[in-house]
Design a protein around this ligand. Structure first.
Ligand code: GLA
Length: 751
């Protein structure tokens, strides 16, 4: 049973396979948060909440002089309100008609719904009725009539609880929301470590682990996109937790716009975490009867370390966020012409790349930026989605047709949210660009942003893109967006509603994407925002994969993909083999290493195939064969981080099949050392009682015959899953700089 409701004591207990979550509406109707953590029974943990008289922490008026130990400032709350006695960071801040900012929410009722709730216009976890249950708790501010409904979706099997909030103005005067978090989570103690993900363009998702300190700490974005700088993913764990041990919590915001994840450890060491839309660019008017849904947060808990926590996220995102035909289907091995040609190509050149790629086993050709309007560089043309027939030497239909005739699928790059000042679209509709009247807008990559909060713009983009895609045999679209948003203003919003712009933009984007994926259910959409500027669970609801980073350097990618793996599955990570010296870093790495790293993602190529030697082409053929063999395992297997790119010499990861009969271990030396310390891989996810054979992947074995695996362990010998887990095997040393090894672990008997 995923839910236990004690109506007499108003205690609500949510159960997943390994975790328990509990709330209680107390004697004043305040909804207390009483427990989240390791699985336990449904006894009332509210009885254990500690109350004491604390100076300067006030008491609700209705208690009279009888009790100074009850304070909103110190009790763990389920959804806190600003201005009525809780001085910590609070989930909800409003401005009432009289200008006051107070809100005081009390429990009014609850209901249980079958299956998992959905959210109109916003991405959300979905599930079969048998896989999930929904609890709704209703709160109300008696003075203003503001109603807050807290939604909980329980996915028992996946140790996941989702949260969303629906706010309705049931009063008779407008209420202005100034901050409205999607989630508030309080702990009565606070000895946590916080893991967040920071970065920049071309260097996303770097892991930062710090102790939680007294005061407030946060990550967020006010850039209109979830951003390269901080990802909307946060983990909290007990001190000392590691990949396989310790209690940890994970929070993933299912939203692609501005967000704030903030945490306060207070005077009593109590800890509060909030997650929601960033309040700096947010205000929302709720007239009488109006409703606003806030985006969803996925919460998951693991009592067995970070590996299990990530595994929960991987499954939720892969199976309950990603949708459509491509959710479970093997993604095509693609070649993208960007790093091969940049803007400098002709139709003939593209066809040659496609033809050569086909010979090596590549399946899809993607035509990147520069095929439309007057786009010879990144200064012009965005918005004019009209093929440049002079540059292509033919019509787009003919070009796509010829590529398909070569036996390749055809894919195309688009950046529909952007507009160049030098474009016909801007000349005819300057009012569609995001600008503040009377001010000069900030340019970025010399471009502006189309106002996706406007319905006319949404309709225009849907029509233009639909027409374009309908006319060509296209099976893949790369949906890019290459700037952050500022100068926020929409010509169609009243001055009092300009604070709604950022959220309305995201809602507009989601609505356009929803229509396009409905119109083109066969097309594989890949998200991109200068790489990982909008790498979040929200985008993955519409597009099952996202280009991880504009860095294609294999060694840099180790850190980026390692970071991303904490919250996102391999099937979501766009990753390609590119040339050397690498265009972003100048680093030279072996082709096998680049292949190995790209296989920890959706796998493809992005290089000038005509420049490759026959030996390199042969190696690509073999790489593709390896990928084909392991593609189902890579896409759907259980992913384990065995060592980190931030430490030691070698990054090791593993993907095992859920039955524990097979695994692929990948190891890349990111740092060279003389007389190196052996790198030991403790293989996870195998069955202790079964016996396995280890095999260095043929290609590697051929190339480095002197390397045996592991030392003193012949190719015909077998070893138990228990030994591989407990003792591990030693990864062969590096023979070359940045050497990679792929090692397969295959079951071969019961011992
Ligand atoms: C962004 C993308 C790249 C490429 C260029 C084209 O930077 O991340 O992969 O598509 O735009 O302009």
């Amino acid at each position: 049973m995923a839910m236990m409701i004690d109506t007499l004591h108003r205690v609500f207990t949510l159960q997943t396979k390994h975790s328990t979550y509990q709330m209680k509406a107390d004697e004043l109707g305040v909804l207390l948060h009483t427990y989240y953590g390791e699985k336990t029974d449904h006894s009332d943990k509210g009885l254990l909440c500690y109350r004491s008289d604390r100076g300067f922490s006030g008491n609700p008026f209705e208690l009279g002089t009888s009790d100074r130990t009850y304070s909103l400032d110190s009790l763990p709350q389920e959804y806190s309100g600003f201005g009525t006695g809780d001085y910590r960071i609070t989930a909800l801040r409003v401005r009432n008609q009289d200008g006051s900012q107070a809100v005081d929410l009390r429990y009014t009722g609850h209901r249980v719904e079958k299956g998992k709730y959905g959210i109109p216009g916003l991405p959300a976890v979905y599930a079969e009725e048998t896989e999930a249950e929904t609890l709704v708790l209703c709160l109300r501010d008696a003075c203003s009539g503001l109603e807050v409904e807290l939604y909980y979706g329980i996915l028992e099997e996946l140790d996941t609880i989702t949260r969303a909030v629906k706010i309705t103005n049931r009063g008779n005067k407008a209420v202005f929301l100034e901050k409205a978090a999607s989630m508030n989570l309080d702990w009565e103690y606070g000895d946590f470590q916080w893991i967040s993900f920071y970065g920049r363009h071309s260097m996303e998702m770097h892991v930062q682990k710090t102790d939680v300190h007294h005061g407030i700490q946060s990550v967020g974005s006010v850039r209109g996109i979830s951003s390269h700088q901080y990802n909307p993913l946060l983990l909290l764990c007990e001190r000392g937790a590691n990949e396989t041990m310790g209690s940890c919590y994970g929070f993933s915001f299912v939203y692609s716009g501005e967000f704030l994840m903030e945490l306060e450890k207070d005077q009593l060491d109590r800890t509060r975490l909030l997650c929601g839309i960033h309040p700096d660019n947010f205000s929302w008017t709720l007239e009488e009867g109006e409703t606003l849904w806030l985006p969803e947060v996925i919460m998951t808990y693991s009592d067995r370390g970070l590996g299990k926590l990530s595994g929960n996220f991987h499954r939720v995102i892969r199976e309950h966020i990603c949708r459509g035909k491509w959710r479970d289907k093997r993604r095509p091995i693609l070649i993208n012409n960007w790093e091969a040609t940049y803007f400098d190509f002709t139709g003939e050149r593209l066809i040659t790349i496609a033809r050569e790629a086909k010979k090596l086993g590549i399946e899809l050709f993607v035509m990147d930026d520069g095929w439309f309007g007057k786009r010879q560089d990144d200064n012009s043309g965005l918005g004019d989605w009209v093929p440049n027939e002079q540059k292509l030497d033919c019509t787009l239909q003919e070009l796509a047709g010829r590529i398909v005739a070569e036996g390749m699928e055809f894919g195309i790059w688009l950046e529909p949210e952007s507009i160049s000042v030098d474009s016909d679209l801007y000349r005819s509709h300057p009012e569609w660009a995001v600008e503040i009247p009377g001010r000069r807008p900030c340019l970025s990559r010399n471009q502006l942003v189309l106002d996706f909060s406007r319905r006319d713009v949404q309709a225009y983009i849907i029509e233009t893109i639909t027409e374009l895609l309908q006319g060509i045999p296209v099976t893949y679209v790369k949906w890019d967006f290459n700037r952050a948003i500022c100068d926020k203003f929409s010509g169609l919003l009243d001055s009092g509603r300009q604070g709604e712009f950022s959220h309305r933009y995201v809602l507009g984007l989601y609505s356009v994407l929803e229509t396009l994926i409905e119109n083109f259910p066969e097309i594989l959409f890949e998200g991109c925002c200068g790489g990982g500027g909008r790498f979040d669970a929200g985008i993955l609801y519409y597009m099952p994969q996202i280009w991880c980073s504009d860095t294609t350097d294999a060694i840099e990618r180790l850190g980026i993909q390692y970071g991303a793996s904490f919250g996102y599955p391999v099937s979501a990570m766009g990753s390609h083999v590119s040339t050397v010296p690498n265009h972003q870093t100048g680093r030279i790495t072996p082709l096998s290493t680049r292949g190995c790293v790209a296989m920890a993602g959706t796998f493809g190529y992005e290089l000038d195939i005509e420049q490759m030697t026959p030996e390199e082409k042969e190696e690509v053929r073999k790489q593709i064969a390896i990928f084909q063999t392991y593609a189902p395992l890579i896409q759907k297997g259980v992913y384990y981080r065995l060592s980190s790119p931030l430490e030691g010499t070698c990054t090791v990861w593993e993907i095992a099949d859920p039955d524990g009969r097979e695994a692929l271990v990948s190891a890349v030396y990111h740092h060279a050392e003389a007389n190196p310390v052996p790198v030991r891989a403790r293989v996870q996810g195998l069955r202790d009682e079964l016996y396995y054979r280890l095999r260095l992947h043929e290609d590697f074995a051929e190339k480095y015959p002197e390397r045996t695996l592991p030392y003193g362990f012949g190719p015909d010998e077998t070893i138990s899953g228990a030994a591989l887990r407990q003792y591990g095997f030693v990864v062969p040393d590096a023979a070359d700089g940045f050497q990679a090894w792929q090692i397969s672990v295959e079951v071969c008997g019961e011992g």
